[in-house]
Design a protein around this ligand. Structure first.
Ligand SMILES: [Zn+2]
Ligand SMILES: [Zn+2]
Length: 232
């Protein structure tokens, strides 16, 4: 089994602390004895290029991103490390509804190298929507060998349950992220077709101390099986 935290924001997300650097995140995960992490910034994978170097020998990872749809639903996308980050970034860049970041109001959007030196700062505000529907985003994720998970599905903001008041069976989602384990039962009671989805409880950490304790686990078979079942 793997202890996981698959929803962590680096300092590239405007709402995150500036000390959410690659080394700080990886070392915190290592200290907490997590087995696998995903850094999931809003609408960008630009922080992930140096993650393999930093994570090596300390923690497993998948590539991740938290995408905001036109309807303001957050969808987590996960990709295996053979996926080309440039392709993902190009897609995000072409659909992000553009507005300049006001760093004094929203915070900085820093990009680091493997030594945690700031090598760039994203100037477009990343907490905007892509000009695509939930369905179009899920389809794009699947066209690029990714796994799609509804982020914080029951939360008051930016969640599928809040925006759509339900989870449509026709949406081809792979997993559901919840914030409390009792939500799994509640949702399956209402929507029995969710029974065989993958269920996750991650931290949505925006500060180092918010990164998960080793509490929630998934087997390697169930996790990587998400890709095997869909893509063979
Ligand atoms: Zn979110
Ligand atoms: Zn988040």
């Amino acid at each position: 089994m793997m202890f996981y935290d698959l929803h962590i924001h680096s300092a590239l997300s405007p709402c995150s602390d500036d000390d959410m650097t690659l080394n700080n995140i990886v070392n915190m995960a290592y200290l907490k004895e997590l087995d696998i992490i995903a850094i999931t910034d809003h609408n960008s994978v630009k922080q992930l290029y140096h993650l393999p170097t930093v994570a090596k020998g300390k923690v497993k990872y998948v590539y991740g991103v938290e995408i905001q749809s036109r309807e303001e639903v957050h969808i987590l996308a996960y990709f295996l490390e053979n996926q080309c980050l440039d392709d993902i970034q190009l897609f995000l860049d072409s659909y992000l509804i553009e507005e300049p970041n006001d760093e004094y109001y929203f915070g900085h959007q820093y990009i680091f190298n493997e030594f945690d030196q700031i090598i760039d700062e994203e100037r477009r505000l990343l907490i905007k929507s892509l000009d695509l529907s939930v369905e179009e985003i899920i389809n794009w994720i699947h066209d690029h060998h990714g796994i799609a998970v509804f982020a914080h599905a029951m939360s008051e903001r930016f969640s599928i349950m809040h925006v759509f008041m339900g989870i449509d069976e026709t949406l081809d989602i792979d997993g559901i992220e919840i914030t409390e384990s009792k939500h799994q039962e509640e949702l399956i009671d209402r929507y029995p077709y969710l029974k065989n989805k993958a269920w996750f409880i991650s931290s949505d950490a925006h500060r180092l101390d918010m990164i998960s304790e080793p509490r929630y686990q998934i087997s390697e078979e169930d996790f990587y099986g998400l890709w095997r079942r869909r893509y063979g």
